[in-house]
Design a binder for this molecule. Structure first.
Ligand code: ADP
Ligand code: ADP
Length: 233
């Protein structure tokens, strides 16, 4: 069973009362353990599509399944619960809470998901060690480099062991060293079995994925698979 299935997704934004068609009928399937990259030029609808898959935005029409759950009909409260338990998101600008320490940023989603303080601390400590951030626990995000902040954001996204990790231009605000680092880490978690969907306008980053779909003007116009059999439709 795939982790994600989407059919006929359509999303129109309102930009100052003017409708902007961002996603115009997308069908998509992401298999368990797959690393999928979504590429395409700026404005192609990549972020919108990712937001639809993560419940950060609602489609106008179309269906989305996460595992065996049909989720496009979920209201905000049900989505909030599902997101906490099953979906981790990494953003271009990290979106860390600037007045919380690194430790608190990473522990917060675990606490919100109902884990005990002890469990949250344990999970945070393991992830920060794994990501080479020991000793940074008491820092606030502004004291860290961009690459370090993105690693904290990755720890936060993974703290509840999500079945799906979404990454929206995860290297988009990093220098070349930070870019290599974040890609290396995504590849590492992918090798450990993490399902990942990453949006990037940079074709070089997409080559870390198993499969790339190319979005143009709100539609999938091309698809390529690297090194593995394509998932069966
Ligand atoms: P990409 O991630 O490929 O750059 P986006 O999904 O961000 O594409 O945007 C697709 C189109 O929808 C663009 O024309 C963009 O300006 C528009 N758009 C995206 N988000 C919004 C929004 N919240 N309000 C209005 N227009 C939006
Ligand atoms: P990206 O393409 O990397 O997502 P954007 O600058 O397109 O970056 O979008 C950044 C944020 O602004 C997103 O949350 C998007 O939904 C929103 N956005 C994009 N275009 C518009 C727009 N025309 N009007 C309002 N919000 C927008």
């Amino acid at each position: 069973e795939p982790i994600v299935r989407a059919r006929g997704l359509v999303k129109t934004h309102q930009a100052d009362g003017v409708p902007v068609k961002a996603v115009r009928g997308v069908d998509l399937r992401v298999e368990r353990g797959e690393f999928l990259a979504i590429t395409g030029p700026s404005g192609a609808g990549k972020s919108t599509l990712l937001h639809l898959l993560g419940g950060l935005d609602r489609p106008d029409s179309g269906q989305i399944w996460l595992g065996d759950k049909r989720v496009d009909t979920y209201g905000e409260a049900r989505w909030a619960v599902l997101r906490r338990r099953s979906i981790g998101v990494v953003f271009q600008f990290f979106n860390l809470i600037s007045n919380l320490t690194v430790a608190d940023n990473v522990e917060l989603p675990a606490l919100l998901a109902g884990h005990s303080t002890r469990e949250a601390r344990q999970a945070r400590a393991e992830l920060l060690a794994d990501l080479g951030l020991e000793g940074r626990e008491r820092s606030v995000p502004g004291e860290l480099s961009g690459g370090e902040q993105q690693r904290v954001a990755l720890a936060r996204a993974l703290v509840n062991h999500p079945s799906l990790l979404l990454a929206d231009e995860p290297a988009g605000s990093l220098d070349s060293k930070g870019t290599r680092e974040v890609l290396r880490l995504l590849s590492r978690y992918h090798e450990r079995g993490q399902t990942i969907v990453m949006v990037t306008h940079d074709a070089r980053l997409a080559s870390a994925a198993d499969r790339v779909i190319h979005l143009f003007d709100g539609r999938i116009v091309d698809e390529a698979t690297f090194g593995k059999e394509p998932p069966r439709a």
